[in-house]
Design a protein around this ligand. Sequence first.
Ligand code: ATP
Ligand code: FE
Length: 337
Amino acid sequence: TYILGIESSCDDTSAAVICDGVVLSNVIANQEVHAQYGGVVPELASRAHQQNIVPVVQQAIEKAGITKEDLSAISFTKGPGLMGSLLVGTSFAKSLALGLNIPLIDVNHMQAHVLAHFIKEEDAKMPPFPFICLTISGGHTQIVKMNGYFDIEILGETIDDAVGEAFDKSAKILGLPYPGGPLIDKYAQLGNPKAYSFTKPKVGDLEFSFSGLKTGILYFIQRNVKEDPNFIKDNLYDICASIQHTIIEILMDKLKNAVKQTGIQHIAIAGGVSANSEIRKRLGLAEKHWGWNTYIPKFQYTTDNAAMIAITGYLKYLEGSFSEISTKAEARLKVTE
Ligand code: ATP
Ligand code: FE
């Protein structure tokens, strides 16, 4: 069974082909236009998707070594995301499914981040149900209990900013280009994580909050730059290491609470921030010292990609869960919908 996946929820246009759960191709066109604006500009994202979608899908099919007539179904991101971006993938997927006369499968982007764990690979370690997943991305931060592929409970989530946003906004304060998360990670590896300390938020055991931390970091930088204009330049590595350490401590605290509350020790992470080297290291240690079984996605399946959409499409295909051609993009789709 060949399933095509199409992802266009934010600023990456991606297409992938999966054969019985194995990735044959996963093509991603990143949009560079946004870097100069310090964030994603929705209108530009939508236009870039329109330019990219045909060649990206074509490449994914070619790289998979098949023709579009071999496809069994078309899966695409229905939401959540930017409406203008989602519409490009949705309309394209619909017309392709109609043209080929094969089933259309809509996919929830946040479910797909989690279900990327079920991509079949030689050394893949798939989590058994029930497991806990910490989904940490550019727009979401949530702890979910996965009772089955599509049986999901939200145990807790952020009451304000997402953790990816906390990384990106901190980077912006430091004058780093968008998206700053990967850069903070890179510089943090050269610095002292205990150089500076920031206050952790006081919220519920399984809740997150990052807006106070962001303000704390902003004031800290402003105060120090006033005294020493070279403060950021001279201490960049230590600042990045300390910010990252604070954020990862918050995430680990919440995971510990989730394990305590549920008694489940199968712990997965998903989403763009799960690419972060410190959270990956910390989970490795948790496995060694606390007996958790941890599931860390391959680097290429952390940030937005269509392979995760295609694997989710495949799992829905097996269940016979298809969409009407009238299905609509939904900017605010919840992970449980
Ligand atoms: P959502 O999935 O919630 O709709 P999104 O699709 O925009 O949001 P992702 O693509 O999953 O988000 O993740 C992007 C985020 O991951 C960005 O905020 C980026 O800075 C962050 N990120 C990527 N790599 C790293 C890293 N190594 N360390 C920290 N953050 C990272
Ligand atoms: Fe995402």
